[in-house]
Design a protein around this ligand. Structure first.
Ligand SMILES: CC(C)(COP(=O)(O)OP(=O)(O)OC[C@H]1O[C@@H](n2cnc3c(N)ncnc32)[C@H](O)[C@@H]1OP(=O)(O)O)[C@@H](O)C(=O)NCCC(=O)NCCS
Length: 190
């Protein structure tokens, strides 16, 4: 048995409290560059910082292509107060056969420390478990990325494994902490 979900032509908008998770538009390229062009945001990412706004436009096109191929589902995080995109969050390696997906998120630096990533995570976890009916979510985090580890562990993600020398990032070889959250754990905590 596999899960069936009708994605349609665009990602569904997922409302949180201060932000909405939205389909990215070409006009968001400037905001995307401000996020993924920042070396501090990209410190523990899997690709180098974007060079310019043209690269940000290319990234948005890639995000749309991945969605059409149902390979990767990446929402923009739009701050309600300003209407500006301040980050993105992702479901990747979504398996409808095995009821699982990976989860990822990034915010521009000026948005850190306000609980916004937590808000995003709660919304995306709810969508993954309640709407998509997944059983398991996983996250792949650099052991030195304490902000990300704290945010995930606060939602009940558990450290399940340590993968050595998994990434080659900006001239450095990096390990991974693999974390997992099961739907039954999430249900019993909410
Ligand atoms: C990972 C990342 C999204 C976390 O962002 P964040 O803002 O630190 O995360 P949270 O939303 O959990 O915010 C928690 C902080 O907000 C504070 N906070 C303020 N109001 C809050 C609220 N209402 N609820 C929860 N926390 C709140 C907390 O005290 C905490 O501050 P502290 O870190 O100084 O203790 C951000 O660091 C980032 O974009 N990093 C770069 C990209 C990246 O590495 N992504 C992860 C890849 S696996």
């Amino acid at each position: 048995m596999t899960i069936s979900f009708d994605w349609g032509g665009e990602l569904p908008t997922l409302p949180a409290t201060r932000v909405d998770l939205v389909w990215l538009a070409p006009d968001d390229a400037e905001a995307i560059f401000e996020i993924f062009g920042d070396i501090e945001v990209m410190r523990f990412w899997s690709s180098p910082p974007l060079a310019d706004q043209a690269a940000a436009r290319g990234l948005i096109e890639e995000i749309h292509e991945h969605f059409r191929a149902r390979r990767l589902f990446q929402w923009g995080i739009r701050l309600r107060e300003t209407g500006k995109v301040i980050g993105t969050c992702t479901l990747y390696e979504l398996s409808m056969e095995h009821y699982r997906a990976g989860i990822g998120f990034a915010l521009r630096r000026s948005a850190w420390g306000q609980g916004l990533a937590t808000e995003v995570l709660v919304t995306l976890i709810g969508f993954a478990f309640d709407t998509l009916d997944l059983r398991r979510l996983e996250a792949d985090v650099d052991p030195d990325n304490l902000r990300s580890l704290t945010t995930l562990e606060r939602q009940g993600f558990r450290r399940e494994g340590y993968l050595r020398e998994r990434w080659h990032h900006m001239g450095d070889v990096r390990d991974t902490v693999l974390l997992g959250l099961l739907r039954r754990e999430w249900m019993s905590s909410t």
